[in-house]
Design a protein around this ligand. Structure first.
Ligand SMILES: Nc1nc2c(ncn2[C@@H]2O[C@H](COP(=O)(O)OP(=O)(O)OP(=O)(O)O)[C@@H](O)[C@H]2O)c(=O)[nH]1
Length: 332
């Protein structure tokens, strides 16, 4: 299920349940002849029903639907205003569905702000109107509901973020994985087209990886791969992104980098790697294929293929080489 559908479902169920709860309150008050409270509850039920209709009408835009903030702010301020105007503290528990709706529907920070804007004046009114012990009991109940629900949402947000990080990160090296590469590269191509900025990429492979694996074994190569990832993180600048493609291959996306720039950074990577003393293998070299987006490059596979061809060309020319496509060596 997509996040938009999930939100449409949870928002609809939240508004629907709140409508039922508040409508029941309205009927109860009508039965006992408390007409002011009946009108208040009927108005609130109409608003939550409006929230349900808004959710269904804007179901494709549930990730950013701004109307929820307006609906919930009106509900919260309406209840608060009514408590002050009617002077009734017996409807404090009506705040419960509103607190839960705030947290279910709005981003956590907005929800907490709105809930506190409701709770603080409400607590002052309760302390003024009721015996201190009763007021403290009522306010504590509301605070417990708010805290537990907020903690649950906070934990859920963190778990969702961790799951997303896991899905796009290589667990061994900590760099992004191949799955995330095409998505980011397509976004960067679109950004480069829209802004007219340069975009370059580098495909980089460890030279003689098969022989090194036979010599040092899988764990040795994995250690080299991890060390090289950390080294590359240290060389590239903020805004560049690094991807690990398989056990010996990397890919770099370099936004705002022209041909002269990618030549500089590719040469710097080649030189620093060949000069470095690596923990398991001692010396190691890499072959780099670089390219810069041309005006007709609108697809990821064109750039990836060209960078890959350039990398194969660099390897063919004796390894420890950076090759810029189409057809110019930086250094052999
Ligand atoms: N994307 C990217 N480009 C780089 C990097 N390092 C160098 N370049 C490119 O190479 C050009 C020259 O870089 P340097 O020789 O470091 O000179 P610089 O003037 O200190 O580079 P900047 O201040 O980073 O622009 C830069 O303008 C960039 O286009 C890097 O880490 N990432």
């Amino acid at each position: 299920m997509t996040e938009t559908r999930l939100r449409t479902w949870t928002h609809s169920i939240g508004y629907g349940t709140a409508t039922l709860f508040i409508f029941t309150l309205a009927l109860q008050n009508l039965r006992y002849g408390f007409y002011e409270l009946f009108y208040l509850a009927a108005g609130m039920a109409a608003l939550t029903l409006g929230g349900l209709a808004y959710t269904l009408l804007s179901r494709r835009r549930q990730l950013s639907a701004p109307g929820h903030l307006i609906i919930l702010a009106t509900l919260n301020s309406g209840l608060l205003a009514a408590m002050f105007v009617i002077g009734s503290t017996s409807i404090t528990h009506w705040a419960m569905p509103l607190l839960l709706l705030n947290l279910l529907i709005l981003p956590l920070r907005h929800a907490l702000m709105l809930s506190l804007l409701l709770l603080i004046p409400m607590s002052i009114l309760l302390l003024v109107k009721q015996p201190a012990a009763d007021a403290i009991t009522a306010v504590s109940g509301l605070l417990i509901v708010l805290t537990v629900a907020a903690l649950y949402i906070w934990q859920y947000d963190h778990m969702a973020q961790s799951a997303e990080d896991l899905a796009i990160t290589d667990p061994v090296t900590g760099a992004h994985n191949a799955r995330f590469l095409d998505e980011t590269l397509q976004k960067e191509i679109s950004r480069a087209i829209a802004t007219g900025h340069n975009l370059s990429v580098i495909n980089l492979t460890i030279d003689h990886a098969d022989e090194a694996t036979q010599l040092y074994g899988e764990p040795g190569m994995q250690a080299l791969f991890c060390n090289m990832t950390q080294h590359l993180f240290g060389v590239i600048r903020a805004g560049d992104t690094l991807y690990t493609l398989n056990d010996s291959e990397f890919f770099l996306i370099l936004p705002f980098t022209p041909e002269e720039g990618v030549r500089v950074i590719a040469e710097r990577i080649r030189r620093t790697i060949s000069e470095n003393e690596w923990p398991v293998t001692g010396k190691a070299t890499v072959s780099l294929g670089c390219t810069t987006r041309g005006s007709s490059d609108t697809r990821t596979d064109t750039l990836r293929k060209r960078a890959h061809q350039a990398m194969l060309e660099a390897r063919k020319r004796g390894a420890d080489t950076a090759w810029f496509s189409p057809g110019e060596t930086l250094r052999t």
